[in-house]
Design a protein around this ligand. Sequence first.
Ligand code: NAX
Ligand code: ADP
Ligand code: K
Length: 492
Amino acid sequence: MRYAHEVGKVRAAEQALMARLPEGTLMRRAAAGLASACARLLPHVYGARVVLLVGGGDNGGDALYAGARLARRGAAVEAVLASAKAHPGGLAELRAAGGRVVNDAERALDTADLVIDGLTGIGGAGGLREPYAALARRTAHVEGVVVACDVPSGVDAGSGRVDGAAVRADFTVTFGTYKPGLLIDPGAAHCGVIELVDIGLGRDLPDPDVVSPWPEDLGVPRPEPESDKYRRGVVGVLAGSERFTGAAVLSVGGAVHGGAGMVRFASAARPVELIRQRWPEAVTTVIDPRPSALERIGRVQAWVVGPGLGTDRGAETLIEAVLRTKLPVLVDADGLTVLSRRRDLLYREAPTVLTPHAGELARLLGGGVTREEIEARRLEFVRRAATELAATVLLKGSTTLIAEEDRPVRVNPTGTPWLATAGTGDVLSGLAGALLAAGMSAIDAATAGAYLHGLAARIAAGDPIDPAPGLEAPISAYDVVTALPAAFRTLA
Ligand SMILES: NC(=O)C1=CN([C@@H]2O[C@H](COP(=O)(O)OP(=O)(O)OC[C@H]3O[C@@H](n4cnc5c(N)ncnc54)[C@H](O)[C@@H]3O)[C@@H](O)[C@H]2O)[C@@H](O)CC1
Ligand SMILES: Nc1ncnc2c1ncn2[C@@H]1O[C@H](COP(=O)(O)OP(=O)(O)O)[C@@H](O)[C@H]1O
Ligand SMILES: [K+]
């Protein structure tokens, strides 16, 4: 896992460590890591033109000390000061090493081979003010490499929020631990490649607030020699209605390719007929929306309920029946709309996974919360939802977040904006439901589901011969289903 800590905890850990070390040690460690990352990015340090954008805090200090190191190795280092308060020690060291302060930022940036963004780090608060904002905007036109010190300036380190101008870095060198805002969009999209520099915070850091899994953290079960279809997990899918049939086909597709031993599908006659044609491997039952409807379907280990189900009384009856079982249940789409008027159904003993996008979560939370507010403060709202709704909440969107009370929030590192197309959410519901039925915990099934879903979309959108960025093509939700086996294979 990649671990991220909230800003207050980073500062507390830094303070605890600093109290045991000679003054300035941490900043020198940070600057050494930053300078060596920059040296690796330059073809030659000697003679390279390096520009430092320096704010009035310690982030600027890091940039100045790193600049001094590069200057000592023969780089021509120029500093542009955004504040009259630039770190005095760093400034003195830069000057002693032969670096200089310049006023003409335009000229300096135009000819730079590498720019170090030291405007603001974890101390940045609110949208960038002038002249910081103009300098941050100007970096978009730099031909050289842009390296953010600790956090791209303009990105809120704690949340990833961007309010106005922000640096878009090619590379971010961050110190001690990741910050949540480096992993969550829109902040994440401003970081480029992230390198973590160890400054010795180790044992002073508490448990992380946010984590992002590597493939080896996912723990997706693989069939064993003695596996049979029941042991691999039977998932029940309650989806589709006479009016909406496509969502059911996609959800069952996600479950079939999600590794379920068996998929049991139950719905009205028309969706059942379509599933029989499209997914002959699913075991189907036509049901009426009665409280006893589940009895005819047979045993399952987990339920997926909601895609295309409609939001009428009948849908509510089925959702109520499923949530009254003692099995893990994943609720998506129309199921979430029904739950927003029946939150009482959520207070149950078995695990519940909710997979809303921001609009659905706004309805679920109620109280006037809007989709826009959730999109702007995703981390805060996903945590709040997990607590208030007593469920594992997977919040979809440009960065999918997964929260469960009293645990670090998981950030999904895969995915692509090409996923933003109708029906892909239905695929995720079936996929994560199959992983739940396979015996994964709610948070692990949601995490692995989001990971494989995002990866399948990337595989589907990418050019198989030249998977370079920029060569992707639009995908359908069905393409995501088809690419799931390739996504699973990458975990082998
Ligand atoms: N505390 C420590 O021990 C260490 C801190 N380090 C560095 O110090 C940074 C934190 O330093 P600071 O706490 O001084 O904070 P920052 O340097 O991140 O930001 C504070 C400065 O930015 C200005 N500022 C804040 N928000 C602004 C806005 N919206 N528009 C314009 N200006 C704004 C403030 O006026 C102040 O001058 C870290 O990100 C890291 O780079 C590292 O040297 C490692 C050790
Ligand atoms: N900008 C984006 N970048 C990456 N993924 C996105 C983006 N917007 C949406 N997604 C993903 O696309 C999927 C859409 O799901 P959802 O909103 O439920 O749509 P639908 O109900 O039509 O299936 C989710 O997995 C979501 O995380
Ligand atoms: K910065």
